[in-house]
Design a protein around this ligand. Structure first.
Ligand code: HPA
Length: 274
């Protein structure tokens, strides 16, 4: 088994390049309830996932299902509106295929966002966290399988997956705009269950600040391909909490929607600085 089917990737990229000759500088992946940034994009081309050869298709409520090209704050970008989650049944190759496509189209930067549970005791629902590191608890690895050295190294270094310069720029943007932003460690696991109380406690103990069901596979593949990465979590629920309350997908989407404009502002301004 190969960790990437390069022939398929080339076919997909050739199809997209037959529709547009823009060369995006950054790829953007928006998490659950965080799709509002799409409204700020001056769209030059919109492709539904169904029409793109070899692209997976999206199944979850709250996820779009379009690959969008256009300008955001003066920069050419490609945006994945609706990401693919491992819990939906996709293979890791499918989950990360859009990142391969972004890289092949010319993107040097991947910007990711996610809705996440918060373990850090300082966090409140609606808070923003810049991801400065991650812990990978997915049961399968996107780079498992025969590696093509022309795509990326067999053993990628993961000392600094989240670009430090972009993190400090994002912090400065947040400060300038009076936006409270934390930074911390995101833990990615498969879901689809939200965590038990014992699991949230354990995730805190092992060093996590937020937890979610996405992001880590895409970031790994971006690093493998030599891209820079910037990522943010919106805290949509609290794992470590006093009172007992049940976490629902609706609650997650609602909290994400409220925080989304602040995150959108940081993404846009950051793009302006690349
Ligand atoms: N756990 C895992 N994934 C999530 C959560 C959570 O608490 N909130 C949003 N996505």
């Amino acid at each position: 088994m190969k960790n990437l089917d390069v022939a398929k990737l080339n076919e997909t990229v050739a199809f997209i390049q037959s529709k547009t000759n823009t060369k995006p500088q950054a790829g953007i992946i928006l998490g659950s309830g965080l799709g509002g940034l799409v409204n700020d994009l001056q769209v030059s081309l919109s492709l539904s996932y169904e029409e793109i050869p070899n692209f997976p298709t999206s199944t979850v409520k709250g996820h779009g299902g379009k690959l969008l090209f256009g300008q955001l704050n003066g920069k050419e970008v490609v945006m994945l509106s609706g990401r693919f989650h491992y819990y939906e049944g996709y293979t890791m190759q499918e989950v990360t295929f859009p990142v391969r496509v972004m890289k092949q189209l010319g993107c040097e930067l991947l910007m990711v966002s996610n809705a996440a549970g918060g373990m850090n005791k300082a966090f409140k629902v609606g808070d923003l966290m810049i991801i400065n590191d991650h812990i990978n608890l997915f049961p399968e690895h996107p780079l498992r399988g025969q590696n093509d050295e022309t795509v990326g190294p067999r053993f990628p270094d993961m000392t600094e997956p989240y670009n430090l310069e972009l993190i400090s720029k994002a912090k400065a943007i947040a400060a300038k705009n009076d936006i409270l932003v934390y930074d911390g460690v995101y833990i990615g696991l498969q879901g689809p269950t939200f965590e038990t109380k014992a699991e949230y406690n354990w995730l805190h103990v092992i060093g996590g600040d937020t937890v979610g069901m996405s992001t880590v596979p895409e970031v790994i593949v971006a690093i493998h391909g030599g891209m820079k990465v910037f990522g943010m979590s919106v805290v949509t629920d609290l794992g470590i909490r006093e009172e007992m309350n049940v976490i629902t997908h609706e609650e997650v989407l609602e909290a994400a929607n409220i925080a989304a404009p602040k995150m959108a502002l940081i993404f846009k301004e950051l793009l302006g600085e690349i």
